[in-house]
Write a protein that binds this ligand. Structure first.
Ligand code: TXA
Ligand code: MG
Length: 342
């Protein structure tokens, strides 16, 4: 199959292919999604197949407006204010599912369904033209970083899907916040994203729980978060330390004859770039939004360089930093300095 790149002018053609059960990747404000019409079980099975996604990990359904959400799921009263405040936008809501609306594989055996309305006009148009909501897991091979450009999607899925709707580089760069509204104890964040606890609580009150970026052992999680994610082929070492810590770690790897890749802020790169074979800048240290937008492109870039190890810089957990660190920790195989024994 030849994978075609669609521009906005050819949305009609992409919608026709979706209706016929083909797969089309689409841009969103977070990352690119792998679209299939959510009523076609064959098409949805194909999404799992081309991604290599475990069959017990349910998909997010993308809707073009709030009215459709009410039609396809049981939307509780408390969700109204959330949709008003954050849709379209990077907030996925988990609702009790209505039987018989979606293909059974969409929800992977769960009795809940994840819905989101992306803030990307082209994609909303694509959903409207298809005439039914679209599933949209991130359009990467399972385990690899999510795609933030059409070229990333092409790299992973070329020849396996009918097309990609090109929307350029995605704006946020990290997947949406997933908020479970079906938990008896109250709303729970299953996956941190650009919409934070601090933004949610004034609207729905205190959360009953939140996935932490550290000590995740007993934190609630989305079914998909148990899998290894976002990882390049080489080990990624997360460094939460001073310039002197960096220098010591770099010396140790160089002593072993290892080629080093560095994924870090401008400030950190200024000090250490000469010791690395390849570098990727996350922007200025005080700009975690820039770092989030660049994270996956950086992991993908360094993955393709002839380096033996990737050293990556830790950021503060405030605001978007929590989602950034959640993804980076999942990509990392170890952490420096090592935590003290508890
Ligand atoms: O920003 C995003 O959310 C992107 C763009 C394309 O919209 N999509 C995305 O989809 O990240 P995916 O499939 O890569 O991640 C979906 C996450 C997984 O962790 C999955 O386990 C969780 O949402 N999820 C889906 N349905 C669920 C459900 N019914 N209950 C709990 N978690 C669910
Ligand atoms: Mg994903």
């Amino acid at each position: 199959m030849e994978t075609k790149i669609y521009e906005t002018a050819t949305i009609d053609e992409a919608a026709e292919l979706l209706k016929a059960g083909q797969l089309i990747a689409f841009p969103t404000e977070t990352v690119y999604g792998l679209g299939a019409i959510a009523s076609n079980d064959e098409a949805v099975k194909n999404v799992y197949k081309v991604k290599g996604r475990p069959s017990d990990n349910p998909l997010i359904v993308h809707v073009s407006d709030r009215e459709i959400a009410e039609y396809v799921a049981f939307v509780p009263q408390q969700a109204e204010a959330l949709m008003e405040a954050f849709w379209p936008g990077p907030l996925t809501l988990i609702f009790p599912m209505k039987e018989g609306v979606f293909a059974p594989t969409v929800t992977a055996g769960h009795n809940t369904v994840a819905l989101r309305m992306p803030a990307q006009e082209q994609t909303l148009e694509l959903i409207r033209k298809t005439g039914f909501p679209l599933v949209g897991p991130s359009a990467n091979t399972s385990g690899k970083p999510s795609p933030t450009t059409a070229q990333h999607v092409m790299h992973d899925l070329s020849g396996k899907i009918a097309g990609i709707l090109d929307g350029g580089e995605t704006q946020i760069g990290l997947e949406s916040t997933v908020l479970d509204l079906t938990n008896a104890a109250g709303p729970v964040i299953l996956r941190p994203g650009a919409i934070t606890e601090v933004q949610l609580e004034p609207i729905i009150g205190k959360l009953a729980g939140s996935a932490q970026s550290t000590n995740e052992a007993d934190a609630p999680k989305a079914p998909g978060m148990k899998y290894q994610h976002y990882a390049p082929a080489q080990p990624v070492i997360l460094i939460d330390g001073t310039a002197a810590d960096w220098a010591a770690i770099i010396e140790a790897y160089r002593g072993e004859g290892k080629q080093i890749g560095i994924l870090a802020s401008e400030e950190q790169l200024d000090i250490h770039k000469d010791a690395a074979l390849a570098t990727y800048s996350l922007g200025l240290k005080n700009d975690v939004a820039a770092a989030s937008q660049r994270l996956y492109a950086g992991l993908r870039y360094l993955d393709e360089q002839p380096v033996d190890v990737i050293l990556a810089e830790a950021y503060d957990l405030a605001g978007l930093g929590k989602a950034f660190m959640n993804r980076l920790e999942k990509a990392a195989s170890s952490k420096y300095p090592k935590k003290q024994a508890e």
